[in-house]
Design a protein around this ligand. Structure first.
Ligand SMILES: O=C(O)[C@H](O)[C@@H](O)[C@H](O)[C@H](O)COP(=O)(O)O
Length: 273
């Protein structure tokens, strides 16, 4: 059950007691969006990231979701991927496959992993080409305000430096406006070569959820969510702002502990006692 929730200029905050509760609520949220998208569009186009997000999605593999979700309508993409072979320990595809995708009855041809036999630049351009075909057939929706894909859901994590997908602070790809998928060869975190959706694609989605847990992210999250100084404008997580879509932050109380909204609720709770 949600410990507290509120709407801010940076989207809706859903704060839970523990990361296990985040996992429970995240599964429910994804299943609900899948149902709505399948009803409205006939498909559910979802983009994943790497990191702890994937294990936080684990409850989708169990009851009731293994039976109630219409997995055959899912189309899976990656908001970012590391340029390594698919069976490499660093691969976001491998992580998702091992923890989730191999445990649910998806249609294998609906899983759009990145071509690992190409260079970063070639793989980015091929991935964008594939996306363009799927937007043409409306398997992936299209934005009403630009020609960008409109994913039903993009799931992101956030690094302690405020990066999302493979959009790192101060990197010039934050300014990319034309490409849908781009690449970097100088990631501050290994491995250095990565593909990533650009901000226009992330911000064109119908729904974006950023899932952040643990005390190590608390200070950065405060800079991202609360308006506390000029430096925070360079944080990529702060640039996530789906204009025509919904932004939801799934947080455990450790990650949320520095947020103004969280501190207020804690204070109110104490004064009531
Ligand atoms: O491929 C990647 O590295 C990820 O997509 C990246 O953006 C990740 O989501 C964050 O680094 C948060 O990761 P954690 O939740 O594991 O800290």
């Amino acid at each position: 059950m949600s410990r507290s929730g509120c709407h801010t200029e940076r989207g809706e905050l859903r704060i839970y007691e523990s990361s296990d509760e985040v996992a429970t609520e995240l599964a429910d949220y994804i299943a609900e969006l899948s149902e709505v998208s399948v009803k409205e569009r006939g498909f559910f186009a979802i983009a994943l990231s790497g990191g702890s997000l994937i294990s936080l999605m684990r409850k989708l593999c169990g009851a009731p979701y293994n039976k109630t979700v219409d997995w055959t309508k899912w189309y899976i993409f990656w908001a970012d991927e590391r340029v390594v072979p698919k069976n490499h320990a660093d691969s976001n595809y491998k992580l998702a496959k091992d923890c989730l995708l191999s445990k649910v009855p998806l249609i294998p041809s609906h899983v759009y992993s990145i071509n690992d036999s190409l260079s970063a630049e070639e793989a980015a351009s091929e991935y964008e080409f594939v996306l363009r075909q799927l937007v043409k057939t409306r398997t992936v929706g299209v934005s009403e305000i630009n020609d960008c894909p409109k994913f039903d859901l993009i799931l992101l994590g956030m690094g302690p430096d405020g990066h999302v997908a493979s959009l790192f602070p101060n990197h010039m790809i934050l300014e990319e406006e034309d490409e849908w998928v781009t690449y970097i060869t100088d990631s501050p975190e290994p491995p250095p070569e990565r593909l990533t959706f650009t901000l226009p694609v992330i911000n064109s989605a119908s729904n974006v959820a950023v899932v952040v847990t643990g005390i190590g992210k608390a200070e950065t999250l405060h800079l991202v969510i609360d308006d506390v100084g000029p430096d925070c404008s360079v944080l990529p997580a702060r640039m996530v702002n789906p204009g025509n879509g919904n932004l939801v932050w799934f947080l455990d109380k450790l990650a949320a502990s520095e947020l103004e909204a969280f501190k207020c609720t804690e204070q109110e709770g104490k004064s009531r006692k």
